[in-house]
Design a protein. Structure first.
Length: 314
């Protein structure tokens, strides 16, 4: 059954591991939050020694190279948020406070699987406020070279259509489209792991990236095949992970999106960039809320997102 009410966690959930880029230990605790709180990060251990609350919002994205970072690095940022944000969005969680003791989330197994399992262990509960959506009214599109990302209106729901095209023959060209729901997210997206090419490892290390990457958290791609002994979880795991990333980045809209997303050779930069394009003109979108007890009737609300909730249907 779909719910018109906002949701949060029933209890706190804690996870720990290492940051895939920093290589440092990392721990987070997901805590319940009240209606209209949205998703926010409570960052401790900042360079200035003071705690910070950083809203999960595209306007606060400070970097998109190989991961998505929100907040200011000098005063306290949070990196590699996309897998957790993807799990929260995919499972339909509107409100949560994420406590984190360092600058990067743990990569865990490289997918959203362990985030989903931790959330399932504590369960969800509804909040005493109606859910809101961000309805795409006009198509928006950005292009960088041959790559593009676009959002366009549809009658209901959130649809993703993602295509990748790599020179590496092991990855190659692949495309997948799907309607997002908690069920489809669990079945088709959550288990897909991040990946990287062996030939790029030394370059990443020199740039300060992938210091915590291993075969336990990354699909390593060589010239002739996948290096991981267990192989792939899906024949098209690469494009599925790109969908996972897109779900997490697009969650930074601050509300669930009613619209269709399409990308070709996209990534974190393109995912966040298309949100900026959407919000650049108020005529591009409307904020709507379920009227009464049936989701089929939506009413338009005001223009401010504030600390708005976001979620997929549950």
């Amino acid at each position: 059954m779909r719910s018109n009410n906002q949701t949060t966690l029933k209890a706190a959930a804690t996870l720990s591991g290492v940051g895939v880029h920093s290589g440092n230990p990392a721990a987070i605790t997901l805590r319940p939050a009240p209606a209209n709180h949205g998703i926010a990060f409570h960052r401790t251990g900042t360079p200035l020694g003071n705690d910070r609350i950083i809203k999960a919002h595209h306007a606060l994205v400070s970097a998109t190279e190989l991961c998505t970072v929100i907040g200011d690095v000098e005063t306290g940022a949070v990196a590699t948020i996309e897998h957790l944000m993807s799990a929260l969005f995919g499972l339909g969680i509107d409100n949560a406070l994420v406590e984190i003791d360092g600058p990067e989330l743990p990569i865990l197994d490289g997918s959203a699987k362990l985030f989903v399992e931790a959330i399932d262990r504590v369960g969800l509960t509804t909040c005493g406020a109606p859910r809101r959506w961000l309805k795409v009214l006009r198509p928006v599109r950005i292009e960088v070279g041959r790559a593009f990302a676009e959002l366009r209106p549809i009658d209901r729901g959130f649809r993703l259509d993602v295509e990748i095209d790599f020179d590496n023959p092991v990855i190659g060209r692949s495309r997948k489209a799907m309607d997002l729901s908690p069920a489809s997210y669990r079945r088709e997206v959550a288990d897909a792991r991040t990946f990287g090419m062996m030939k790029d490892v030394e370059r990443y290390w020199k740039a300060g990236f992938a210091l915590g990457a291993s075969l336990e958290n990354t699909v390593a791609v060589g010239e002739n095949g996948v290096v991981n002994p267990e192989g792939l979880r899906f024949p098209d795991e690469f494009v599925r992970h790109k969908i996972l990333d897109a779900v997490g980045d697009l969650a930074l809209a601050g509300l669930p999106i009613q619209g269709a997303y399409r990308s070709y050779c996209g990534g974190h930069r393109m995912n966040v960039g298309v949100l900026s394009a959407l919000f650049s003109d108020r005529a591009n979108y409307a904020i709507v809320e379920a009227a009464g007890s049936r989701q089929g009737t939506l009413v338009e609300l005001g223009t401010s997102l504030g600390l708005a909730a976001f979620a997929a249907d549950v």
